[in-house]
Write a protein that binds this ligand. Structure first.
Ligand code: AMP
Ligand code: MG
Length: 278
C-alpha cells in the first residue's frame, strides 16, 4: 500500500516518518467504496467459516489518541461482523477490583474463544500509555511491561489466538478539528470531555510512549499496524483489508458433515419426513 503499514519486528519507529494523511493508491473515498464493499462481504463469510472451523480466535486491538477514530472505525468496519460471535470491549479507567489484580487480569478475562472475534477499544497498552504519561505507577514498574506484554501475546498466539493491533495515527491538527466539532455539534457534544483538552497538552509525551509501544511490541505473534487516520475512509479501508487478508491466510476449512448425515436424509425422505431433493 505504499507507506509501510505493518511494523516489522525490530523497526525503530519515529512517528514523524509516518504521514497521517497518507491515502495510498486512492485519491478519494469514492475510489475505495467498491472494493470495501467486496471486502466486507468476504469478512462476513470468513467469520462464519472461522466459527465452523473452530480452531482460531481473532483479537483486534485498537489504540489511538483521543478523537483518533476508534469508535468510528468500529462502527464502520466491525459492524460487518455478525454480532453473534463478535464482541467489542472498551477499556476504561480500571475499577477498584481490577486495580487489585495484576494489569493483565482484566484482559485475559475477555480474550476471545475459538471461533470468535473480540475487538478491544483501548487495551492493556493503556498500561504503558496513559499510565506512563501520567506516572500512575513508577517507571521501573511500567518499563517491565513491554516484555510482559510480548510474552503474554506470544502465549496467546501459541494457543491459536490471532492478534492484530492497529494504531490509528492522526495529526495534532486533525485532532484539534475533531475536538472542535465535538464542542460545536450538539450530537457530538456529549463526547467532548475536558480530559481530551488536558491530554492534548501531553501530545509529545504520548507520541513518545506510542513510539516505544510500536518499536518494542510489534512481534511476529502480534504485529502492530500504523494506520494513517486523518482520512476516515482510508483508515476504514486499511483495517478492513488487513483483516480480510489475515482471515483468508488462515487456511480454514468447513468441517466434514458426519457420515450418517446422508443416510439420515435418505431415510427421512423415504419415510416422507423430508421432501425429495429436486
Ligand atoms: P474513553 O475511551 O474516551 O471512554 O475513555 C476511557 C479512559 O480510560 C481514557 O482516558 C483512558 O486513558 C482511560 N484508561 C483506560 N485504561 C486505563 C488504565 N489501564 N489506566 C488508567 N486509565 C485508563
Ligand atoms: Mg474519550
Amino acid at each position: 500500500m505504499g507507506q509501510d503499514l505493518k511494523v516489522e519486528p525490530g523497526t525503530k519507529v519515529d512517528l514523524k516518518d509516518y504521514d497521517p494523511d497518507f491515502t495510498g493508491k486512492f485519491k478519494s473515498e469514492q475510489e475505495t467504496l467498491e472494493e470495501l464493499a467486496r471486502i466486507k462481504e468476504k469478512l462476513f463469510d470468513l467469520q462464519a467459516l472461522m466459527y465452523a472451523d473452530n480452531r482460531f480466535a481473532l483479537l483486534v486491538v485498537i489504540q489511538a489518541m483521543d478523537a483518533g477514530g476508534k469508535d468510528g472505525l468500529i462502527r464502520n468496519v466491525m459492524s460487518t461482523f455478525n454480532p453473534q460471535g463478535c464482541v467489542v470491549i472498551p477499556f476504561k479507567v480500571p475499577s477498584e477490583e481490577e486495580r487489585d489484580h495484576d494489569y493483565l487480569w482484566r484482559i485475559h478475562h475477555v480474550i476471545p474463544k475459538r471461533g470468535e472475534i473480540n475487538i478491544f477499544n483501548r487495551s492493556h497498552y493503556e498500561d504503558v500509555l496513559v499510565v506512563r504519561v501520567h506516572g500512575l505507577v513508577p517507571k521501573d514498574v511500567w518499563k517491565q511491561r513491554y516484555d510482559q506484554i510480548n510474552d503474554f501475546e506470544k502465549y496467546l498466539a501459541e494457543n491459536n489466538v490471532i492478534i492484530k493491533k492497529f494504531y490509528l495515527h492522526i495529526s495534532k491538527k486533525e485532532q484539534e478539528e475533531r475536538i472542535l466539532k465535538r464542542l460545536l455539534d450538539p450530537k457530538k457534544n456529549w463526547k467532548f470531555s475536558a480530559a481530551d483538552l488536558k491530554e492534548r497538552d501531553h501530545w509529545d509525551e504520548y507520541m513518545e510512549a506510542f513510539e516505544d509501544v510500536l518499536t518494542k511490541c510489534s512481534t511476529k505473534s502480534a504485529p502492530w499496524y500504523i494506520v494513517p487516520a486523518d482520512k476516515k475512509w482510508y483508515r476504514n479501508y486499511v483495517v478492513a483489508k488487513v483483516l480480510v487478508d489475515t482471515m483468508e491466510g488462515l487456511d480454514m476449512k468447513w468441517p466434514e458433515p458426519s457420515p450418517d448425515v446422508k443416510e439420515l436424509a435418505r431415510r427421512a425422505q423415504a419415510t416422507g419426513k423430508l421432501p425429495p431433493v429436486p
